[in-house]
Ligand binder design. Structure first.
Ligand code: ZN
Length: 179
């Protein structure tokens, strides 16, 4: 909240253009959320002028959240343990839907279950899709979807990941999923 914030303009630009590492990005987000006037003003100024979006890379789609439950206890737990479930839906350009369910197995360890759906498309567009969890620009976990577009990634350590779905002709990115 100090008037002499040490965050430079360049960092705000990197933040906006996604050139920042995940942990740095999180830190800066926290900083912005804490209400630093200088940074928030710079951010909104830059956002106002940013009316020419970057040329997207070849068929790379950025997924937007549609729906998000908070972590909530599962009523279906047969083992009587305090399992927590969070469900999120993402959509990319009306073409791809991602349904992601996160099940907390124990504190700090999560199983991700999900489904990749193509709007108005056949399942053959999804077959052989790869789902990757990316942490600090490295692939932490990777799996393939089955013939229904379903996937499961067990025992994921809690962290913030990017999730990437790669099909034959496109790549869908969900940024900053907290797991
Ligand atoms: Zn600041």
């Amino acid at each position: 909240m100090s008037a002499q914030c040490e965050v430079g303009l360049a960092q705000i630009v990197q933040f906006l253009t996604g050139q920042m590492g995940l942990s740095q990005q999180e830190q800066l987000q926290k900083h912005l959320d804490s209400g630093c006037e200088q940074c928030n003003e710079r951010l909104s100024t830059l956002t106002e002028f940013d009316d020419t979006p970057e040329e997207p890379q070849q068929d790379q789609l950025l997924a937007q959240p549609l729906f998000d439950t908070e972590l909530q206890p599962s009523p279906m737990n047969v083992r009587g343990q305090a399992t927590l479930i969070r469900r999120r839906l993402y959509e990319a350009e009306n073409r791809i839907c991602l349904d992601i369910e996160q099940v907390v197995i124990k504190p700090g360890l999560v199983t991700l279950q999900g489904q990749v759906l193509v709007r108005g498309g056949g399942m053959d567009e999804v077959v052989d899709a790869t789902v990757s969890l990316i942490n600090s620009d490295a692939v932490a976990r990777e799996t393939s979807v089955d013939e229904f577009g379903d996937f499961e990634i067990p025992d994921v350590p809690s962290a913030t990941y990017d999730l990437r779905v790669t099909t034959g002709n496109m790549e869908v990115i969900v940024r900053g999923i907290q797991i």
